[in-house]
Design a protein around this ligand. Structure first.
Ligand code: PEP
Length: 259
């Protein structure tokens, strides 16, 4: 069976509540054109409960899901301003772990990301784990593989199958300087040698509608993590439509008329 491409929208610290409803309702209303694509919207956490209640009820729509942009690893406690895995689980199915902006601005360590990964899985959340090298270099692939190894420490193969890995070269995030699909495919191929076959692998970094199809055409890349372009409904839906089209054209290409 063909696996559905996965398109994740990371709204970061953007949107008013009105914008959030417009975006989420806009995606929900386009679902009938996007039957072959799974979409995860990751709004700021203050909007999660409201969107879960009014726009994207958890699990009601099979292909549209909600995710958190971050969470704490501890089950509860005196962590002012944080949200726990169980809180996220009440309103969402996914959580982004180890995003480079958490590392850069929140000083998140690899050990903390690893703890969040374990906590997400223990609470039935699907983690979207970000890995990527800080700078373009000849040594990039080795750095990314090493980064992945540290992040997934202690996970069983069965747990790794549940993780979505997002290859996000840090130099490509929010810079308008995306990796080429060829480069992303090469790194994705190497990463996949270190992961179970079932683990989904996304590319993220300055994806815009005009370049999305190039990544989605790669057999190593199962979807995209989209930041800036995901808070523009038209752009986001165009990217999702590209994902849907890749499934439809793959099915058409393999279809043989019964004689
Ligand atoms: C991201 O936030 O993970 C991201 C890839 O952002 P952008 O698409 O804006 O580069």
């Amino acid at each position: 069976m063909t696996r559905l491409p996965l398109i994740v929208a990371n709204w970061k610290m953007n949107t008013s509540l009105a914008d959030a409803y417009l975006l989420a309702n806009g995606v929900r209303n386009a679902l009938h054109h996007l039957e072959h694509t799974e979409m995860v919207l990751c709004p700021p956490s203050v909007w999660l409960g409201l969107l879960a209640e009014h726009s994207v009820p958890p699990r009601q729509y099979s292909t549209l899901k909600l995710g958190a942009q971050n969470m704490h690893a501890a089950p509860a406690g005196s962590y002012t301003g944080e949200i726990s895995p169980a809180m996220v689980r009440e309103v969402a199915e996914y959580v982004i772990v180890g995003h480079s902006e958490r590392v850069r601005y929140g000083r998140e360590t690899v050990e903390q990301s690893n703890a969040k990964l374990h906590a997400a899985l223990a609470h039935g959340l699907t983690p979207i784990l970000c890995v990527g090298e800080p700078r373009k270099s000849k040594d990039s692939v080795r750095q990314v593989v090493q980064h992945l190894g540290h992040l997934v420490k202690g996970l069983s193969n069965a747990e790794l199958r549940e993780v979505v890995v997002a290859y996000e070269p840090v130099w490509a995030i929010g810079t308008g300087d995306p990796a080429t699909p060829e480069y992303a495919q090469e790194v994705a191929w190497v990463l996949k040698q270190h992961l179970p076959a079932e683990t989904r692998l996304l590319y993220g970094g300055s994806v815009e509608p005009g370049i999305a199809a190039g990544f989605l055409a790669s057999p190593q890349i199962d979807g995209l993590l989209v930041g800036g372009a995901s808070v523009n409904l038209k752009k986001f839906l165009t990217i999702c439509q590209h994902a849907d089209d890749t499934v439809v054209s793959a099915r058409t290409a393999t279809y043989r008329h019964p004689r």
